[in-house]
Design a protein around this ligand. Sequence first.
Ligand SMILES: Nc1ncnc2c1ncn2[C@@H]1O[C@H](COP(=O)(O)OP(=O)(O)O)[C@@H](O)[C@H]1O
Ligand SMILES: [Mg+2]
Length: 231
Amino acid sequence: MTLLSLRNVDAYYGRAQILHDVSVEIAAGERVAILGRNGVGKTTIVNACLGVASVHRGQIAFGGRAVSTIRHFTAARAGIAVVPQGRRIVPGLTVKENLLLGGAVNRKGAWTIDTVFELFPMLRERTEMAGTALSGGQQQMLAIGRALMANPDLLVLDEPSEGLAPVIVDGLADTLRDLAASGTAILLIEQNFGLVHRVAERYYLLSKGAIVETGWLAGLSMETLKKHVAV
Ligand SMILES: Nc1ncnc2c1ncn2[C@@H]1O[C@H](COP(=O)(O)OP(=O)(O)O)[C@@H](O)[C@H]1O
Ligand SMILES: [Mg+2]
């Protein structure tokens, strides 16, 4: 079953066209990466799916159903949870409150405050702390935990490795592989190949707002890779 699809999407901020004829498809249980350098439109793909960038042409479908009016909660209700670039931990809320916010969509499933704390025990020890007082790596765990609270079928992560120490990225790779093994589909958006090659099986390469190549990671040449991402 297809969880998310963009078909021939042109997306804009105001009059500025950022995405050109973008088609991406992710099926249940898949591990897919969108790769591309800074400024090519990776986050705009996420924003188009959340109704933040406007879609002037093409179609976006959640769970095989075309969405006419795209909003943040439309995606969450359809089982698509986003870990946004820069984590976006809500200031003024505790760790626990940030997690509860993620669960507000009220989809049933294995993820609850307790199971998130089992996955990330360091969050349990900091339940009442302000979420923004956590370190970068801990904030990333909180952002992932918050997204899991929606019990998603698809977890979208926008540059999760950004600003994290290599040892923290290693832990993140293990976490994402475990999540995928438990059946959650992963869409990993990155300009850094280090995390991608340990998590994804299939890729799309984005350049200047257009998909220039797609395929299996195993078949991606070093030459192409060096042209489009940091290795
Ligand atoms: N809110 C916005 N309004 C107008 N232009 C934007 C906005 N956000 C991003 N852009 C522009 O859109 C292009 C793609 O940005 P983005 O999708 O954030 O790239 P990436 O995530 O690949 O780094 C860039 O040229 C950026 O300057
Ligand atoms: Mg981005």
